[in-house]
Unconditional design. Sequence first.
Length: 369
Amino acid sequence: MSRGREWVPEGLTGLQIVLLALTLGLNSAGAADRAPSEPRARLEPAPLLEFPSDPDCNSPCFWHAGQLYLFTSNQRPSRSVGPNLEGLGASVPSRFDDGAKKLRWIEAVYLRDDGLLLGLYHREEYLGECPEREYFTVPDIGVARSRDLGQTWTDLGIVLRDPGVRRSCDTPNKFFAGGVGDPSWAIDGKGGWAYIFFSSYTDPLSNQGIQIARVALADLEAPVGKVWRWTGKAWDAPGLGGQGKPVVPARVAWSNPKADAFWGPSVHWNTHLRCHVVLVNRTADANWTQEGVYVFFAGDLSRPETFTPPRRLHEGGSWYCQVIGDGLIHGTDSRAGQSARFFMKGKSRHRVVFERGAAGGATGQPASP
């Protein structure tokens, strides 16, 4: 696969490539398999807007007492506060109260009505098996709790982990020998679930791509052992040690130098479309060259088989794609309207505009968060 272009098998004539693209929907811009009811997304230029500090993951936020709280993480989380996205103050480090020097990135947050803040984090440990590869590891995912709006955190434990990953120092994947990471969640308040979208890097190929798991909201303060992965027909694989089925599968494994895989989901509830929207990155190789940013739509979180295929929204670009909704609707990374700021790696040069499909745009009957 060449960088910045869709993959097609080698050795085909031009006509065969066109026919294959029409058959399989490989051309994300105007693919033939798009249903009339499927929503659409497009980008419009906007003045540059930047986060107060450079993030190394999704940057979640929430509103409280008229103030916007934004978390940016680079091995450890920091918090910025201000009256709106344009007026955020300087980033101030948050801390975990266990005192451990673990590397944890806060990538999603949920502020309950009682003021308790829950966070979803990506964790990495560098154990030194591969001394020539400083940032080579196997990530996992955990949940944390804060009683002071994210100034300090209590680690509630790891909830998603792939077992028995062999840390082969010669794997082509630049950063990971396997594992799970880059989480984002959608809170279904009516249904009583938190749906966790995450990246899966562990071989075999059939395991890799964007997976989804869920945990009951009632279990979030004691979540270990209570997260279940989607397996294609049911939520019946444990988060710890189970094997799920990707809702957006990789096409070439991360252990291949020519890796072609989706990763880094960011999900939000869209008030205009009345469905959830998921942005994902796509890699062009095992060195994590950014092929582009893609979007798909989830009309019913409980039925991942109904999600739409991913469509390319932006060619190339940077990692960590996400939206932040407008302040007028108390928009965040998890709530946006018809138009929202589109960010990559903490910088926004575009707004993303969503349009309903012919039948209203939603692909199911979603529960509003």
